[in-house]
Design a binder for this molecule. Structure first.
Ligand code: ING
Length: 310
């Protein structure tokens, strides 16, 4: 028995601040068509895929800030993605900035199935960076200013697509094991993770050289420890003077990387992901019901920070 989903990761190179969403969508459409040529059932795009990574700037003008958000999905600029996907019979995962009618702002990802329906939506939980303009930094990382943490009932939920159980995480979420485990406890078989990751992290420059290693380390661990496929997709390259890692990859439930991007630009990588390859991990080594001991895990939800011993 096998349930193969042909997955494409659509890595996207730099997007300039002034690039129009329509121009970006043209690049995404080209990647979608290449994914189709390779027989893909679904193509995964990065986090905030429609614009440059705008949290790198302190933007005081609300109108300019609002330009980076979508107040409807599909919108006139993104409708061509839905039309092309339905024509090709292909699903896609798209990250973007959401501005709700009530004025709430989220960093979101949607899963659109091969019929063009939005079957799943996720709002990013782990918002890295800072809230105030920190002028000591060579560039900002203002996700705590530009996005809200979703309500706790929204969080890490799974959806159904491509004859399997799917989930989404966004960028910094992939560094936190809890993100994968909450999805794992819902039986997730394929997790799509878009990311925009600067190589340089001003508070800890000594980490920079580990950026690619950390990227694969956390996603491989998340895949193996929850018996799921993981697709990590970068916005990569030197964007507005801030180099960002590429390293898009497709990772099997074993934790091994089965496909990896080789460039820092627009690039499609693919893999045939058999969702039934998750079974041996879910049934044996990570049979949660047989082996987990949640009565010893209280501190994981009771505490936010560290409580040192007396
Ligand atoms: N970006 C980064 C990420 O988690 C970051 C932020 C960079 C955190 C480097 C730690 C180290 O990959 C986003 N958008 O979350």
């Amino acid at each position: 028995m096998s349930r193969i989903v042909n997955v494409a990761a659509a890595q996207v190179g730099p997007i300039a601040r002034q690039t129009s969403k329509a121009a970006v969508v043209e690049r995404l459409l080209a990647l979608m068509r290449e994914a189709d040529r390779r027989g893909s059932d679904v193509v995964v795009f990065p986090e905030l895929a429609l614009t440059t990574f705008f949290p790198r700037w302190y933007i005081q003008d609300d109108e300019e800030l609002d330009h980076f958000y979508e107040s409807e999905m599909p919108s006139p600029e993104t409708q061509p993605l839905f039309d092309e996907a339905a024509k090709l019979g292909m699903g896609f995962v798209l990250g973007y900035a959401e501005l709700t009618p009530e004025g709430h702002r989220y960093n979101v990802s949607i899963w659109v199935d091969e019929t063009g329906e939005i079957v799943h939506k996720y709002r990013k939980v782990h918002l890295p960076g800072h809230h105030e303009h920190e002028t000591w930094r060579p560039f900002q990382h203002l996700e705590k200013r530009y996005f809200e943490v979703p309500e706790s009932h929204e969080g890490f939920r799974v959806g159904k697509a491509h004859n399997g159980i799917v989930g989404m995480l966004i960028c910094n979420d992939r560094r936190w094991p809890e993100s994968y485990r909450v999805l794992g406890l819902q039986g997730v078989e394929l997790i799509a993770i878009g990311y925009n990751t600067p190589i340089h992290n001003p508070p800890s420059p000594e980490h920079d050289r580990h950026s690619w290693f950390h990227n694969e380390l956390v996603m491989s661990a998340g895949a193996y420890q929850n018996g799921t496929w993981v697709v990590g997709v970068a916005r990569a390259g030197d964007e507005e003077g801030v180099p960002m890692i590429g390293g898009s990859c497709i990772i099997a439930p074993s934790g091994e990387v089965v496909a990896r991007a080789r460039t820092e630009g627009d690039e499609i990588i693919t893999a045939a992901c058999d969702l039934d390859d998750t079974r041996s991990y879910k049934d044996w080594v990570f049979n949660f019901d047989a082996h987990r001991v949640p009565q010893h895990y209280d501190s994981i939800t009771a505490q936010r920070g560290v409580i040192l011993p007396d």
